[in-house]
Design a protein. Structure first.
Length: 162
């Protein structure tokens, strides 16, 4: 490979701090420890078991799958409709009844995961909002300053306006 090749200039991305927490958990000999680093249950051997209910749901999905086409870019429309109904339903209202005005104000996308969702939101807000230099009320700047759920979320802001 030549020195000028693009692949020669690619360096490894920095490690994700959440995986360091998992390694610390594995090295800790205390029997009463609980690993919630990744937000999932792990047994005493550090294995994330597949629960019987999850296995059964996967089998039903596999049996009912009729296509291997890609999902639309915004995500699975049926999933988005169900999530919208769950998140924005009228308090005490029937299933499917959405808060007045929410249908016009709320847009949803289905993302691959939490950090992926943060990055998509950063990209969207960056494109839609022009941030003058040192403008304190810029949405991206406010998002960068707020506490983040996971140690990897701040990296999702790399490349966003400052």
């Amino acid at each position: 490979m030549s020195e000028g090749a693009l692949s020669a200039r690619i360096s490894d991305a920095p490690g994700d701090p959440i995986f360091g927490i998992v390694e610390l958990f594995r090295a800790d000999a205390r029997p009463e420890k609980i690993n919630l680093a990744a937000g999932v249950y792990m047994d005493e051997q550090g294995v994330t078991p597949i629960l019987p209910s999850v296995r059964a749901a996967e089998e039903r999905l596999l049996a009912s799958t009729t296509s291997k086409l890609y999902m639309p870019i915004g995500g699975d429309p049926a999933y988005l409709a169900a999530a919208r109904t769950l998140l924005f339903r009228t308090v005490g209202g029937a299933w499917g009844e959405i808060e007045p005005g929410a249908a016009d104000r709320v847009q949803m996308i289905h993302t691959p995961g939490g950090t992926g969702a943060v990055r998509l939101a950063v990209d969207l807000v960056s494109r839609l909002q022009h941030c003058p230099p040192r403008h304190a009320h810029c949405s991206i700047r406010r998002l960068k300053r707020r506490p983040h759920e996971a140690p990897c979320h701040p990296r999702a802001f790399e490349g966003a306006p400052t």
